[in-house]
Design a binder for this molecule. Structure first.
Ligand code: HEM
Length: 399
Protein backbone atom coordinates (compact mmCIF):
# COMPACT_ATOMS: atom_id res chain seq x y z
CA UNK A 1 0.00 0.00 0.00
CA UNK A 2 1.32 3.46 -0.84
CA UNK A 3 1.86 5.91 2.03
CA UNK A 4 0.03 9.25 2.25
CA UNK A 5 3.03 11.26 1.10
CA UNK A 6 3.47 9.17 -2.04
CA UNK A 7 -0.24 9.45 -2.83
CA UNK A 8 -0.05 13.24 -2.39
CA UNK A 9 2.92 13.49 -4.75
CA UNK A 10 1.20 11.35 -7.37
CA UNK A 11 -2.05 13.29 -7.25
CA UNK A 12 -0.29 16.66 -7.41
CA UNK A 13 1.91 15.65 -10.35
CA UNK A 14 -0.78 13.98 -12.51
CA UNK A 15 -1.71 17.35 -14.13
CA UNK A 16 1.98 18.10 -14.82
CA UNK A 17 2.45 14.76 -16.56
CA UNK A 18 -0.82 15.17 -18.43
CA UNK A 19 0.44 18.48 -19.74
CA UNK A 20 3.59 16.82 -21.05
CA UNK A 21 1.73 13.57 -21.82
CA UNK A 22 2.40 13.42 -25.52
CA UNK A 23 6.09 14.38 -25.24
CA UNK A 24 6.66 11.86 -22.49
CA UNK A 25 4.98 8.96 -24.22
CA UNK A 26 6.46 9.70 -27.66
CA UNK A 27 9.91 9.68 -26.07
CA UNK A 28 8.94 6.59 -24.07
CA UNK A 29 7.97 4.59 -27.16
CA UNK A 30 11.08 5.63 -29.06
CA UNK A 31 13.29 4.48 -26.19
CA UNK A 32 11.35 1.31 -25.51
CA UNK A 33 11.45 0.13 -29.14
CA UNK A 34 15.13 0.97 -29.32
CA UNK A 35 15.87 -1.06 -26.18
CA UNK A 36 13.34 -3.81 -26.94
CA UNK A 37 12.80 -4.07 -30.71
CA UNK A 38 11.09 -7.44 -30.12
CA UNK A 39 8.05 -5.48 -28.87
CA UNK A 40 7.51 -4.29 -32.44
CA UNK A 41 6.12 -7.80 -32.96
CA UNK A 42 3.23 -6.90 -30.64
CA UNK A 43 2.47 -3.21 -31.11
CA UNK A 44 0.43 -1.94 -34.04
CA UNK A 45 2.82 0.07 -36.19
CA UNK A 46 -0.02 2.04 -37.81
CA UNK A 47 -1.26 3.15 -34.37
CA UNK A 48 2.28 4.22 -33.55
CA UNK A 49 2.56 6.29 -36.68
CA UNK A 50 -0.75 8.02 -35.98
CA UNK A 51 0.18 8.61 -32.34
CA UNK A 52 -3.02 6.87 -31.21
CA UNK A 53 -1.59 4.35 -28.83
CA UNK A 54 0.74 6.99 -27.36
CA UNK A 55 -2.18 9.00 -26.04
CA UNK A 56 -4.16 5.92 -25.01
CA UNK A 57 -1.46 4.48 -22.80
CA UNK A 58 -0.54 7.85 -21.32
CA UNK A 59 -4.15 8.70 -20.52
CA UNK A 60 -4.74 5.30 -18.99
CA UNK A 61 -1.69 5.53 -16.73
CA UNK A 62 -2.66 9.04 -15.56
CA UNK A 63 -6.30 8.07 -15.07
CA UNK A 64 -5.17 5.12 -12.99
CA UNK A 65 -2.74 7.31 -11.03
CA UNK A 66 -5.48 9.84 -10.29
CA UNK A 67 -7.39 6.97 -8.61
CA UNK A 68 -4.32 5.47 -6.99
CA UNK A 69 -5.94 5.40 -3.52
CA UNK A 70 -9.07 3.75 -4.93
CA UNK A 71 -8.12 1.55 -7.88
CA UNK A 72 -11.37 -0.39 -7.39
CA UNK A 73 -13.13 2.49 -9.14
CA UNK A 74 -11.34 1.86 -12.43
CA UNK A 75 -11.58 -1.93 -12.51
CA UNK A 76 -14.12 -1.90 -15.41
CA UNK A 77 -11.62 0.08 -17.52
CA UNK A 78 -8.73 -2.18 -16.49
CA UNK A 79 -10.85 -5.18 -17.52
CA UNK A 80 -11.59 -3.68 -20.93
CA UNK A 81 -7.92 -2.98 -21.61
CA UNK A 82 -7.02 -6.35 -20.07
CA UNK A 83 -9.20 -8.14 -22.64
CA UNK A 84 -7.13 -6.58 -25.44
CA UNK A 85 -3.86 -7.25 -23.59
CA UNK A 86 -4.81 -10.91 -23.03
CA UNK A 87 -5.78 -11.36 -26.68
CA UNK A 88 -2.46 -9.79 -27.75
CA UNK A 89 -0.43 -11.97 -25.41
CA UNK A 90 0.87 -9.25 -23.03
CA UNK A 91 2.62 -10.99 -20.11
CA UNK A 92 3.72 -9.98 -16.59
CA UNK A 93 7.36 -9.73 -17.73
CA UNK A 94 6.40 -6.97 -20.19
CA UNK A 95 5.25 -4.61 -17.42
CA UNK A 96 8.69 -3.76 -15.94
CA UNK A 97 9.90 -2.89 -19.47
CA UNK A 98 7.08 -0.38 -19.89
CA UNK A 99 7.61 0.93 -16.33
CA UNK A 100 11.36 1.40 -16.68
CA UNK A 101 11.10 3.25 -20.00
CA UNK A 102 8.14 5.35 -18.91
CA UNK A 103 9.97 6.54 -15.79
CA UNK A 104 13.07 7.33 -17.76
CA UNK A 105 10.97 9.30 -20.25
CA UNK A 106 9.33 11.27 -17.41
CA UNK A 107 12.77 12.07 -16.05
CA UNK A 108 14.15 13.13 -19.43
CA UNK A 109 11.20 15.34 -20.35
CA UNK A 110 10.68 17.00 -16.95
CA UNK A 111 14.41 17.51 -16.33
CA UNK A 112 15.20 19.12 -12.96
CA UNK A 113 11.52 19.32 -12.09
CA UNK A 114 11.54 15.53 -11.71
CA UNK A 115 12.98 15.27 -8.20
CA UNK A 116 13.95 11.92 -6.68
CA UNK A 117 10.81 12.07 -4.52
CA UNK A 118 8.63 12.42 -7.63
CA UNK A 119 10.38 9.66 -9.57
CA UNK A 120 10.28 7.28 -6.61
CA UNK A 121 6.60 7.99 -6.04
CA UNK A 122 5.78 7.25 -9.70
CA UNK A 123 7.89 4.09 -9.64
CA UNK A 124 5.86 2.87 -6.68
CA UNK A 125 2.54 3.93 -8.22
CA UNK A 126 3.34 2.27 -11.55
CA UNK A 127 4.14 -0.92 -9.65
CA UNK A 128 0.71 -0.86 -7.97
CA UNK A 129 -1.10 -0.13 -11.27
CA UNK A 130 0.87 -2.81 -13.12
CA UNK A 131 0.02 -5.34 -10.40
CA UNK A 132 -3.68 -4.54 -10.83
CA UNK A 133 -3.44 -5.20 -14.60
CA UNK A 134 -1.31 -8.32 -14.15
CA UNK A 135 -3.75 -9.75 -11.56
CA UNK A 136 -6.82 -9.19 -13.75
CA UNK A 137 -5.07 -10.45 -16.89
CA UNK A 138 -3.85 -13.59 -15.07
CA UNK A 139 -7.48 -14.45 -14.37
CA UNK A 140 -8.37 -13.79 -18.03
CA UNK A 141 -5.57 -16.09 -19.24
CA UNK A 142 -6.84 -18.78 -16.87
CA UNK A 143 -10.43 -18.42 -18.10
CA UNK A 144 -9.38 -18.43 -21.78
CA UNK A 145 -7.44 -21.65 -21.26
CA UNK A 146 -9.79 -23.51 -18.93
CA UNK A 147 -13.09 -22.90 -20.75
CA UNK A 148 -14.26 -25.86 -22.88
CA UNK A 149 -12.35 -25.74 -26.16
CA UNK A 150 -10.16 -22.95 -24.77
CA UNK A 151 -6.43 -22.47 -25.15
CA UNK A 152 -3.48 -20.37 -24.07
CA UNK A 153 -1.70 -17.90 -26.33
CA UNK A 154 -1.95 -18.36 -30.10
CA UNK A 155 -3.27 -21.56 -31.71
CA UNK A 156 -2.94 -22.68 -35.32
CA UNK A 157 -6.11 -22.40 -37.40
CA UNK A 158 -6.58 -23.52 -40.99
CA UNK A 159 -8.44 -21.29 -43.41
CA UNK A 160 -11.19 -23.76 -44.30
CA UNK A 161 -13.03 -21.39 -46.64
CA UNK A 162 -12.40 -17.93 -48.03
CA UNK A 163 -15.59 -16.26 -49.29
CA UNK A 164 -15.79 -12.92 -51.06
CA UNK A 165 -18.60 -10.88 -49.50
CA UNK A 166 -18.15 -7.62 -51.45
CA UNK A 167 -15.54 -5.79 -53.50
CA UNK A 168 -13.57 -5.07 -50.32
CA UNK A 169 -14.69 -7.59 -47.68
CA UNK A 170 -13.84 -11.28 -47.57
CA UNK A 171 -14.89 -13.84 -44.95
CA UNK A 172 -12.45 -16.38 -43.56
CA UNK A 173 -13.82 -19.60 -42.02
CA UNK A 174 -11.24 -20.84 -39.55
CA UNK A 175 -10.96 -24.37 -38.12
CA UNK A 176 -8.34 -25.49 -35.58
CA UNK A 177 -5.46 -27.42 -37.11
CA UNK A 178 -5.50 -29.88 -34.19
CA UNK A 179 -9.12 -30.81 -34.98
CA UNK A 180 -10.17 -30.37 -31.35
CA UNK A 181 -13.09 -28.32 -30.00
CA UNK A 182 -13.03 -24.52 -30.06
CA UNK A 183 -14.14 -22.14 -27.32
CA UNK A 184 -17.56 -20.59 -27.68
CA UNK A 185 -17.95 -16.82 -27.55
CA UNK A 186 -20.57 -14.13 -27.25
CA UNK A 187 -21.86 -12.27 -30.30
CA UNK A 188 -19.96 -8.98 -30.53
CA UNK A 189 -16.63 -10.41 -29.38
CA UNK A 190 -13.52 -10.43 -31.55
CA UNK A 191 -10.82 -12.82 -32.61
CA UNK A 192 -7.16 -11.81 -32.61
CA UNK A 193 -5.05 -12.89 -35.56
CA UNK A 194 -1.25 -12.93 -35.75
CA UNK A 195 0.53 -13.13 -39.10
CA UNK A 196 4.05 -12.76 -40.44
CA UNK A 197 4.23 -11.69 -44.06
CA UNK A 198 7.32 -13.26 -45.67
CA UNK A 199 8.72 -9.91 -46.70
CA UNK A 200 8.28 -8.43 -43.23
CA UNK A 201 10.68 -8.42 -40.33
CA UNK A 202 7.92 -8.48 -37.71
CA UNK A 203 4.74 -10.32 -36.80
CA UNK A 204 1.56 -8.22 -36.88
CA UNK A 205 -1.50 -8.65 -34.71
CA UNK A 206 -5.05 -7.41 -35.35
CA UNK A 207 -8.47 -7.87 -33.79
CA UNK A 208 -11.45 -8.79 -36.02
CA UNK A 209 -15.04 -9.14 -34.86
CA UNK A 210 -16.55 -12.60 -35.20
CA UNK A 211 -19.27 -12.31 -37.82
CA UNK A 212 -21.25 -15.53 -37.39
CA UNK A 213 -23.33 -16.80 -34.48
CA UNK A 214 -21.44 -18.84 -31.85
CA UNK A 215 -21.85 -22.59 -31.49
CA UNK A 216 -20.34 -23.68 -34.82
CA UNK A 217 -17.23 -25.83 -35.38
CA UNK A 218 -15.51 -22.86 -37.03
CA UNK A 219 -14.92 -19.17 -36.42
CA UNK A 220 -15.82 -16.68 -39.12
CA UNK A 221 -14.22 -13.27 -39.45
CA UNK A 222 -15.05 -10.88 -42.31
CA UNK A 223 -12.10 -8.66 -43.12
CA UNK A 224 -12.03 -5.42 -45.07
CA UNK A 225 -8.99 -4.87 -47.23
CA UNK A 226 -7.66 -1.54 -45.96
CA UNK A 227 -5.39 0.69 -48.05
CA UNK A 228 -1.89 0.14 -46.58
CA UNK A 229 -3.36 -2.37 -44.08
CA UNK A 230 -0.52 -4.83 -43.46
CA UNK A 231 -2.64 -7.65 -42.03
CA UNK A 232 -5.80 -7.17 -44.11
CA UNK A 233 -3.80 -7.01 -47.36
CA UNK A 234 -1.86 -10.10 -46.35
CA UNK A 235 -5.05 -12.01 -45.53
CA UNK A 236 -6.75 -10.97 -48.78
CA UNK A 237 -3.80 -11.46 -51.10
CA UNK A 238 -1.42 -14.01 -49.59
CA UNK A 239 -3.60 -16.34 -47.52
CA UNK A 240 -5.43 -19.11 -49.38
CA UNK A 241 -7.76 -21.91 -48.31
CA UNK A 242 -5.67 -24.52 -46.48
CA UNK A 243 -3.17 -22.00 -45.10
CA UNK A 244 -2.54 -21.58 -41.38
CA UNK A 245 -2.98 -18.42 -39.29
CA UNK A 246 -2.38 -17.94 -35.57
CA UNK A 247 -5.38 -17.02 -33.46
CA UNK A 248 -5.90 -16.26 -29.78
CA UNK A 249 -9.12 -17.15 -27.94
CA UNK A 250 -12.16 -14.83 -28.46
CA UNK A 251 -12.23 -11.69 -26.32
CA UNK A 252 -14.09 -8.43 -25.80
CA UNK A 253 -16.87 -6.90 -23.76
CA UNK A 254 -19.13 -5.63 -26.55
CA UNK A 255 -21.94 -8.14 -26.01
CA UNK A 256 -25.73 -8.25 -26.12
CA UNK A 257 -27.84 -7.56 -23.08
CA UNK A 258 -30.96 -9.69 -22.72
CA UNK A 259 -33.41 -6.79 -22.48
CA UNK A 260 -36.93 -6.65 -23.90
CA UNK A 261 -36.66 -3.21 -25.55
CA UNK A 262 -36.17 -3.25 -29.33
CA UNK A 263 -32.54 -3.93 -30.26
CA UNK A 264 -31.14 -1.47 -32.80
CA UNK A 265 -27.98 -2.74 -34.52
CA UNK A 266 -26.33 0.14 -36.37
CA UNK A 267 -23.23 -0.23 -38.50
CA UNK A 268 -21.06 1.67 -40.92
CA UNK A 269 -19.03 -0.27 -43.52
CA UNK A 270 -17.17 -3.27 -42.16
CA UNK A 271 -18.56 -2.42 -38.70
CA UNK A 272 -21.48 -4.65 -39.67
CA UNK A 273 -19.55 -7.81 -38.80
CA UNK A 274 -20.35 -7.96 -35.06
CA UNK A 275 -23.89 -6.81 -35.88
CA UNK A 276 -24.52 -9.80 -38.13
CA UNK A 277 -23.29 -12.07 -35.34
CA UNK A 278 -25.62 -10.27 -32.92
CA UNK A 279 -28.54 -10.54 -35.34
CA UNK A 280 -28.15 -14.33 -35.63
CA UNK A 281 -27.76 -14.63 -31.89
CA UNK A 282 -30.79 -12.48 -31.02
CA UNK A 283 -32.95 -14.71 -33.21
CA UNK A 284 -31.67 -17.79 -31.42
CA UNK A 285 -31.86 -16.40 -27.89
CA UNK A 286 -34.80 -13.97 -28.05
CA UNK A 287 -36.71 -15.03 -31.18
CA UNK A 288 -39.62 -12.62 -30.58
CA UNK A 289 -37.61 -9.50 -29.80
CA UNK A 290 -37.99 -6.60 -32.19
CA UNK A 291 -34.72 -5.99 -34.05
CA UNK A 292 -33.78 -3.14 -36.37
CA UNK A 293 -30.71 -3.71 -38.51
CA UNK A 294 -29.48 -0.35 -39.78
CA UNK A 295 -26.51 -0.30 -42.13
CA UNK A 296 -24.66 2.47 -43.92
CA UNK A 297 -22.30 1.80 -46.84
CA UNK A 298 -21.00 3.58 -49.90
CA UNK A 299 -23.16 1.49 -52.24
CA UNK A 300 -24.14 -2.13 -52.97
CA UNK A 301 -20.70 -3.01 -54.34
CA UNK A 302 -19.10 -2.69 -50.92
CA UNK A 303 -22.18 -3.81 -48.97
CA UNK A 304 -21.07 -7.12 -47.46
CA UNK A 305 -23.27 -9.96 -46.18
CA UNK A 306 -26.37 -8.30 -47.61
CA UNK A 307 -27.92 -11.55 -48.86
CA UNK A 308 -27.38 -13.19 -45.49
CA UNK A 309 -29.19 -10.31 -43.73
CA UNK A 310 -31.91 -10.18 -46.43
CA UNK A 311 -32.63 -13.90 -45.96
CA UNK A 312 -33.12 -13.36 -42.23
CA UNK A 313 -35.39 -10.36 -42.74
CA UNK A 314 -37.49 -12.27 -45.27
CA UNK A 315 -38.21 -15.05 -42.79
CA UNK A 316 -38.62 -13.06 -39.54
CA UNK A 317 -41.43 -10.52 -39.21
CA UNK A 318 -39.83 -9.02 -36.09
CA UNK A 319 -36.62 -8.02 -37.93
CA UNK A 320 -36.46 -4.90 -40.07
CA UNK A 321 -33.58 -3.89 -42.30
CA UNK A 322 -32.70 -0.29 -43.23
CA UNK A 323 -29.94 0.62 -45.65
CA UNK A 324 -28.34 4.01 -46.30
CA UNK A 325 -26.00 4.37 -49.28
CA UNK A 326 -23.88 7.52 -49.32
CA UNK A 327 -22.92 7.09 -52.97
CA UNK A 328 -25.39 4.74 -54.71
CA UNK A 329 -24.52 3.45 -58.18
CA UNK A 330 -26.88 3.83 -61.14
CA UNK A 331 -27.79 0.17 -60.68
CA UNK A 332 -28.67 0.83 -57.02
CA UNK A 333 -30.92 3.71 -58.07
CA UNK A 334 -32.62 1.60 -60.72
CA UNK A 335 -33.12 -1.27 -58.27
CA UNK A 336 -34.11 1.06 -55.39
CA UNK A 337 -32.24 -1.31 -53.10
CA UNK A 338 -31.63 1.24 -50.34
CA UNK A 339 -33.85 3.30 -48.02
CA UNK A 340 -31.89 6.51 -47.74
CA UNK A 341 -29.28 8.33 -49.75
CA UNK A 342 -26.60 9.77 -47.49
CA UNK A 343 -25.27 8.91 -44.05
CA UNK A 344 -27.12 7.51 -41.05
CA UNK A 345 -28.29 10.68 -39.34
CA UNK A 346 -30.29 11.39 -36.23
CA UNK A 347 -33.50 12.63 -37.88
CA UNK A 348 -33.65 9.46 -40.00
CA UNK A 349 -32.92 7.24 -37.01
CA UNK A 350 -35.68 8.98 -35.06
CA UNK A 351 -38.13 8.17 -37.85
CA UNK A 352 -37.24 4.50 -38.21
CA UNK A 353 -36.59 3.65 -34.57
CA UNK A 354 -39.37 5.79 -33.07
CA UNK A 355 -38.23 5.43 -29.43
CA UNK A 356 -35.09 6.56 -27.65
CA UNK A 357 -35.70 3.83 -25.07
CA UNK A 358 -34.51 1.13 -27.51
CA UNK A 359 -31.21 -0.66 -26.86
CA UNK A 360 -28.57 0.66 -29.29
CA UNK A 361 -25.45 -1.19 -30.49
CA UNK A 362 -23.10 0.36 -33.02
CA UNK A 363 -19.78 -0.21 -34.73
CA UNK A 364 -17.99 1.41 -37.68
CA UNK A 365 -15.24 3.82 -38.70
CA UNK A 366 -14.14 6.62 -36.35
CA UNK A 367 -16.17 9.54 -37.85
CA UNK A 368 -19.27 7.31 -37.95
CA UNK A 369 -18.76 6.29 -34.31
CA UNK A 370 -18.37 9.89 -33.17
CA UNK A 371 -21.49 10.90 -35.05
CA UNK A 372 -23.55 7.98 -33.65
CA UNK A 373 -22.40 8.59 -30.10
CA UNK A 374 -23.23 12.30 -30.25
CA UNK A 375 -26.55 11.67 -31.98
CA UNK A 376 -27.74 9.13 -29.41
CA UNK A 377 -26.71 11.36 -26.52
CA UNK A 378 -28.49 14.31 -28.18
CA UNK A 379 -31.61 12.19 -28.58
CA UNK A 380 -31.56 11.45 -24.85
CA UNK A 381 -30.88 7.72 -25.11
CA UNK A 382 -30.03 6.51 -21.58
CA UNK A 383 -26.30 5.77 -21.18
CA UNK A 384 -27.09 2.16 -20.25
CA UNK A 385 -28.74 1.66 -23.66
CA UNK A 386 -25.67 2.75 -25.65
CA UNK A 387 -23.20 -0.02 -26.50
CA UNK A 388 -20.35 0.17 -28.99
CA UNK A 389 -17.21 -1.53 -30.18
CA UNK A 390 -14.35 0.75 -30.97
CA UNK A 391 -11.24 -0.59 -32.59
CA UNK A 392 -8.53 1.73 -31.46
CA UNK A 393 -8.44 3.58 -28.16
CA UNK A 394 -12.00 4.24 -27.03
CA UNK A 395 -10.91 7.68 -25.78
CA UNK A 396 -10.86 8.85 -29.42
CA UNK A 397 -14.66 8.63 -29.41
CA UNK A 398 -15.28 11.43 -26.97
CA UNK A 399 -12.29 13.61 -27.90
C1 HEM B 1 -3.36 -1.27 -25.70
C2 HEM B 1 -2.97 0.83 -21.34
C3 HEM B 1 0.82 -2.00 -20.31
C4 HEM B 1 0.91 -3.39 -24.96
C5 HEM B 1 -3.59 -0.47 -24.60
C6 HEM B 1 -4.66 0.51 -24.49
C7 HEM B 1 -4.55 1.09 -23.29
C8 HEM B 1 -3.41 0.51 -22.61
C9 HEM B 1 -5.46 2.17 -22.72
C10 HEM B 1 -5.70 0.82 -25.57
C11 HEM B 1 -6.83 -0.17 -25.45
C12 HEM B 1 -7.85 -0.06 -26.56
O1 HEM B 1 -7.49 -0.35 -27.70
O2 HEM B 1 -8.98 0.30 -26.26
C13 HEM B 1 -1.93 0.22 -20.68
C14 HEM B 1 -1.52 0.51 -19.31
C15 HEM B 1 -0.45 -0.27 -19.02
C16 HEM B 1 -0.18 -1.06 -20.22
C17 HEM B 1 -2.20 1.53 -18.40
C18 HEM B 1 0.37 -0.37 -17.77
C19 HEM B 1 -0.10 -0.28 -16.55
C20 HEM B 1 1.19 -2.62 -21.49
C21 HEM B 1 2.34 -3.48 -21.63
C22 HEM B 1 2.39 -3.84 -22.95
C23 HEM B 1 1.24 -3.23 -23.62
C24 HEM B 1 3.27 -3.88 -20.50
C25 HEM B 1 3.42 -4.71 -23.64
C26 HEM B 1 4.69 -4.44 -23.60
C27 HEM B 1 -0.23 -2.92 -25.56
C28 HEM B 1 -0.57 -3.14 -26.96
C29 HEM B 1 -1.81 -2.54 -27.16
C30 HEM B 1 -2.19 -1.96 -25.90
C31 HEM B 1 0.29 -3.89 -27.97
C32 HEM B 1 -2.64 -2.52 -28.49
C33 HEM B 1 -2.56 -1.22 -29.18
C34 HEM B 1 -1.44 -1.09 -30.17
O3 HEM B 1 -0.89 -2.11 -30.64
O4 HEM B 1 -1.11 0.04 -30.52
N1 HEM B 1 -2.85 -0.45 -23.44
N2 HEM B 1 -1.09 -0.74 -21.19
N3 HEM B 1 0.54 -2.50 -22.70
N4 HEM B 1 -1.24 -2.21 -24.96
FE1 HEM B 1 -1.21 -1.56 -23.06
Amino acid sequence: MLNTKTIEIIKSTVPVLEKHGKDITTHFYQMMFQNHPELLNIFNHANQRQGRQQTALANAVYAAAAHIDNLEAIIPVVKQIGQKHRALGILPEHYPIVGENLLKAIKDVLGDAATDDIINAWAEAYGVIADAFIGIEKEMYREAKEQPGGWEGFRKFIVDRKVKESDVITSFYLKPEDGNAIASYQAGQYLTVKVKPETDEYTHIRHYSLSDAPGKDYYRISVKREDHGVVSTYLHQEVSEGDVVLVSAPAGDFVLEAKTAPAVLISGGVGLTPMVSMLHTLLEQQPDREVLFVHGALNSQVHALKNEVARIVATHANVKNFVAYSNPTDTDRAAMNFDKEGFIELDWLQKIVATNQADFYFCGPVPFMKMMYRSLIEWGVPAGNIHFEFFGPASALTE
